[in-house]
Ligand binder design. Structure first.
Ligand SMILES: Cc1cc2nc3c(=O)[nH]c(=O)nc-3n(C[C@H](O)[C@H](O)[C@H](O)COP(=O)(O)OP(=O)(O)OC[C@H]3O[C@@H](n4cnc5c(N)ncnc54)[C@H](O)[C@@H]3O)c2cc1C
Length: 287
C-alpha cells in the first residue's frame, strides 16, 4: 500500500472516533506520530489503508483531578504532563518520567496514550503506571472498559486492545501522604536517550516501616514487569542499610533480563539490583 492510498480521518470528538473505529476496526490510530512516523518512513511498517489522527480530540488532551485519582487523556503530551501542577503534585513519578522522554520536540508531540499503546518494554511511563496501579480506559463503539496496566501487556509489543478499540485515558490513583514515588532511567546519555534500564517505585510507609512496596522495571523483559517477590520481602521491613542490601540481592535474583542492541543481559542484571538499592535509599531520604 503506498502513502497516497492512505485515507486519513481527523475526528474532533470521541463519538466521531468510535464511529470511525466501528467502520474501520483495522485502522491505524495516530496521536503524536513520534513512534509511528519513524516506522512508516523507514518502511518497517507499511502505510495503512486507513489512518485516524486523534490529535484534534480536545477532550483527550484533558487532565481531570478527582478525590483519589487523576484521569489523564490519552493525547496529553509528555510536556503537558510535566507542565501540570496536578501531575507534579499527585503523580510526581510520572512527572519525572515525562521530563526525561526524548528531548523537547518529542515531549511536545509524543503522548502518554502513544507511549502506553506502543507497548515498548522501554516506554518510560510504563514502570510508573505499573507501580501506581493505573488503569487503561479503552473506548469503542461498544462503550468503555478499563484494564489494569498490570495485566494490559500480553507479550512483546502486544497489549489487551482489540481492533476497534482506542485508549481514551489513563486513570491513576493519586499519591497519598504516607507514600513516596521514585523514578530513574538509565541510558547511554543523560538526555535524549532511549532507556537501557528504566525503573520506578511507590512505597507506602508507616513511619520508617514499609507497609507496601511496588517496584517495576522496563527494558528487562518483553513487557514491563513488577517484582512481586521482592515487594513481599520488603513488606514490614525498616528503611535501613540491611533492607537496601536485601532489596539489591532480591531484585538481582528476581530479574531475568534480556540482552538487546541497547544493553547486555549481564549489565541489566547487575544494574537492576543497584537501581533497586538506589530506589529504596531515595525513598528513605524523602522521609
Ligand atoms: C527521537 C526519539 C526519542 C524518543 N525517546 C523516548 C524516550 O526517551 N522514552 C520513551 O518512552 N519513548 C521515547 N520515544 C518514543 C515515543 O516518542 C513515545 O513512545 C511517545 O510517547 C509516543 O507517543 P505518540 O503520541 O507520538 O505515539 P504515535 O507515534 O502516534 O503512536 C504510537 C503507537 O501507539 C498507537 N496509539 C497512539 N495513541 C493511541 C491511542 N490513544 N489508543 C490506541 N493506540 C494508540 C499507534 O497506533 C502506534 O501504534 C522516542 C521517539 C523518538 C523518535
Amino acid at each position: 500500500m503506498s502513502a497516497t492510498a492512505t485515507q486519513c480521518f481527523y475526528p474532533s470528538t470521541t463519538s466521531e472516533l468510535t464511529a470511525l473505529l466501528e467502520q474501520y476496526p483495522e485502522a491505524r490510530i495516530m496521536a503524536g506520530g513520534t513512534d509511528l512516523m519513524v516506522l512508516f518512513r523507514s518502511g518497517v511498517l507499511p502505510y495503512p489503508e486507513h489512518l485516524i489522527d486523534i490529535s484534534g480530540i480536545a477532550s483527550m488532551k484533558e487532565i481531570e483531578t478527582a478525590d483519589d485519582h487523576l484521569v489523564i487523556g490519552a493525547c496529553v503530551t509528555h510536556a503537558a504532563l510535566h507542565g501540570s501542577d496536578d501531575v507534579r503534585t499527585w503523580l510526581p513519578g510520572l512527572a519525572q518520567a515525562a521530563m526525561q522522554v526524548g528531548a523537547l520536540q518529542i515531549q511536545s508531540m509524543g503522548t502518554i496514550g502513544g507511549n502506553v499503546a506502543n507497548a515498548s518494554p522501554a516506554g518510560d511511563s510504563l514502570p510508573v503506571l505499573l507501580v501506581c496501579d493505573a488503569e487503561v480506559v479503552l473506548c469503542s463503539a461498544q462503550g468503555e472498559r478499563s484494564v489494569p496496566v498490570t495485566s494490559f501487556y500480553l507479550g512483546y509489543r502486544r497489549c489487551d486492545m482489540k481492533p476497534g478499540e482506542c485508549i481514551r485515558a489513563l486513570r491513576i490513583p493519586k499519591i497519598k501522604p504516607n507514600q513516596s514515588d521514585v523514578f530513574r532511567k538509565l541510558g547511554t546519555r543523560q538526555a535524549q536517550a532511549i532507556s537501557k534500564v528504566v525503573s520506578a517505585a511507590r512505597f507506602t510507609l508507616n513511619g520508617n516501616k514499609i507497609e507496601h512496596a511496588a517496584i517495576a522495571f522496563g527494558c528487562m523483559a518483553p513487557v514491563p514487569v513488577r517484582l512481586p517477590k521482592t515487594e513481599a520481602l520488603l513488606q514490614g521491613r525498616t528503611l535501613d542499610e540491611d533492607t537496601f542490601a536485601t532489596a539489591e540481592l532480591s531484585i538481582n535474583e528476581e530479574l531475568h533480563p534480556i540482552g538487546d542492541i541497547r544493553s547486555t543481559k549481564a549489565y541489566r542484571q547487575w544494574v537492576g539490583g543497584r537501581l533497586g538499592r538506589w530506589l529504596c535509599q531515595q525513598i528513605c531520604e524523602f522521609q
